[in-house]
Design a protein around this ligand. Structure first.
Ligand SMILES: Nc1ncnc2c1ncn2[C@@H]1O[C@H](COP(=O)(O)OP(=O)(O)OP(=O)(O)O)[C@@H](O)[C@H]1O
Ligand SMILES: [Mg+2]
Length: 561
């Protein structure tokens, strides 16, 4: 029969090839709006012949309404039909005629899209990206976002904007992040293990430092940031000190032997004296070290009675008579002994010394004031969460105090204020646990916003462990794949259009793909992160005016020496 003749010309029945439809081949029409709402997103019925397989969640589409362009993100892809019988008796799709009759009409594809932002085409705000407050009407056409669309929202790379990667399915352009906005509020980099958090953080920091938007103090738990870091295949990736030079970045080390073993060099060896440790420094270790309220009370009493020698005296096992203290004070001997046992871990850490050298904080402050960032390498001590938290908390508490004093003294005169400081911590949920976030310096910094020019960059695999109030103050959230429901909820808390983004977030690639939301971007964006490779090195070296290393690893290695 003629109707099922194999010679039916499919090309003729689906005349709309990708290139023939519009003058701009990228400006591809996908379909029309057929329903939806501002809160739940819009439903788009796909045109016949639009290949549904290409419409990945996370991709941008643009709806050109009468007076506005709406930017939306694909949040779901659906197969639908006009006749439910199709599901129980699918037509024979090997027959090109039936395929042509059913395809796209009785059976068709739909996508759900979340409106994120709109741009007026007329009026006084024409051309300015604005939050969405309304939606386009029925049957408005929906197009693929073009490079020009994306650029009209994110703008070009310039002195304060930094290329962080390409939007999904639009690899010919780049997303330029507003670094100035980024560092003004705290930043979160989230994602499960191995998703590229450290690589991304190092890339962001390189941009922030090279473009002089802030100075960073990096508590480098796994030795990822200073000198060369190895990637999974054993290839060396340049650290910030190597990449940006000693004018911009210094490496301080708690374990100079380990730094040297890895081919690096410590610019200053950080030492902390027992006599410099205050009971308040232990406050943030409450959970990690298992310190009770009673133990912390006892610590405060000992500090008062014994002065700065309290730690040294307490950990000297034989020298203390707890029973006498129990008789003379309300503190129990058992509590004191428990506190003693916990602090007796200190002598294992060689960076703790009996007597103060007194200059760790000064050295760091000097570097910061001369606008040099610091990577504090933990070497082998990075394996001990207690050591990591003790040092990060000890230094941050004091530097934050100096900042408050300096900013207040400057009385609003910007030229006397210290530079904007970003403090980077890993395993952030340990510092910002709801049980301690109220009292600790990190909790305070996150909550006081930009008042004292110090913000946090927290790197974490378990954002659900972070105190909710602190989380709500994290201005920009950069999130790689998360698969735990509670973690996804935590990063989406307080984000508008979160319902749709949840699907996008749980379907990111396992590596080098992130969604950026919040203060530093006009709308949420899914990107493939910029490769941290020779091209990146060249771009950075140009920015800071170092001689470009011409892509050779050898020259980079020479600079270490
Ligand atoms: N932008 C990038 N350029 C090149 N390689 C990358 C990039 N991002 C990630 N990778 C690759 O992915 C691997 C894992 O990345 P990374 O170490 O940053 O993960 P992570 O999320 O910090 O993991 P963990 O939680 O275990 O610390 C790297 O070793 C590297 O090979
Ligand atoms: Mg890491």
């Amino acid at each position: 029969m003629v109707l099922s003749d194999q010679s039916v010309d499919l090309e003729q029945m689906f005349p709309r090839g990708r290139d023939s439809f519009l003058a701009d081949p990228d400006d591809f029409r996908l379909g029309v709006i057929v329903g939806g709402s501002l809160s739940k997103g819009l439903t788009v019925k796909l045109d016949i012949g639009v290949p549904i397989e290409t419409l990945a969640v996370g991709r941008y589409v643009v709806v050109r309404g009468q007076h506005k362009r709406f930017f939306c993100m694909i949040t779901d892809v659906v197969l639908d039909n006009t006749n439910a019988d199709i599901q129980s008796a699918p037509p024979d799709f090997s027959d090109p005629f039936l395929a042509a009759v059913y395809g796209g009409t009785a059976a068709y594809g739909k996508v759900n899209v979340q409106p994120l932002l709109s741009i007026d085409s007329i009026g006084e705000d024409a051309g300015k990206p604005k939050p969405v407050k309304t939606i386009p009407s029925h049957f408005t056409a929906v197009h693929d976002a073009t490079v020009a669309d994306v650029n009209s929202v994110f703008g070009p790379e310039d002195a304060t904007h930094f290329n962080v990667g390409a939007p999904l399915e639009l690899e010919t352009t780049q997303i330029n992040l507003d670094l100035k906005a980024l560092v003004q509020r705290s930043i979160g980099v989230f994602g499960k293990s191995g998703t590229g958090k450290s690589f991304l953080t190092r890339m962001l920091l390189a941009g922030i430092i090279a473009k002089k938007q802030a100075v960073a103090l990096i508590f480098d738990m796994h030795n990822d940031y200073g000198w060369a870091a190895q990637d999974e295949r054993g290839v060396q990736a340049k650290g910030l000190r190597q990449l940006l030079g000693a004018d911009k970045v210094l490496v301080y080390s708690l374990d100079p032997e380990s730094t040297a073993r890895r081919g690096g060099k410590s610019d200053f060896d950080v030492r902390i004296g027992y006599d410099e440790i205050e009971p308040e420094d232990l406050e943030s270790l409450r959970v990690t070290m298992g310190l009770s309220d009673a133990m912390l009370d006892a610590a405060r009493m000992l500090r008062k009675q014994w002065g700065t020698g309290w730690v040294a005296r307490l950990i000297d096992a034989g020298s203390v008579d707890f029973d006498t203290i129990e008789e003379e004070t309300p503190h129990r001997a058992g509590t004191l002994a428990a506190l003693q046992r916990r602090l007796q871990r200190f002598p294992r850490w060689d960076f703790l010394v009996r007597n103060s050298t007194g200059d760790s904080v000064t050295q760091i402050m000097n570097a910061i004031e001369s606008e040099r960032s610091i990577v504090l390498e933990f070497g082998r001590y990075g394996n001990s969460l207690e050591a990591y938290m003790l040092v990060a908390n000890y230094l941050t508490r004091r530097i934050h105090e100096v900042y408050i004093e300096k900013v207040e003294k400057a009385l609003g005169d910007k030229s006397h204020e210290p530079p904007q400081l970003v403090i980077v911590i890993e395993e952030a949920h340990k510092f910002l646990d709801p049980k301690i976030a109220n009292q600790t310096t990190f909790g305070i910094i996150a909550r006081e916003l930009r008042k004292y020019k110090v913000t946090l960059l927290v790197v974490d695999q378990r954002p659900s462990g972070i105190d909710e109030e602190v989380m709500s103050q994290i201005g920009t959230r950069v999130t790689a794949l998360l698969d735990n429901e509670r973690d996804i909820n935590a990063v989406l808390m307080g984000v508008s259009g979160a319902v749709g983004l949840r699907e996008v977030l749980s379907r990111l690639d396992t590596k080098q793909q992130v969604i950026i939301m919040g203060h530093a971007v006009p709308m949420p964006v899914v990107i493939k992160t910029r490769p941290y490779d020779e091209d990146f090195y060249t771009a950075m070296e140009k920015l800071v005016g170092l001689p470009v290393a011409a892509g050779t690893r050898k020259k980079a290695a020479d600079r270490i020496g």
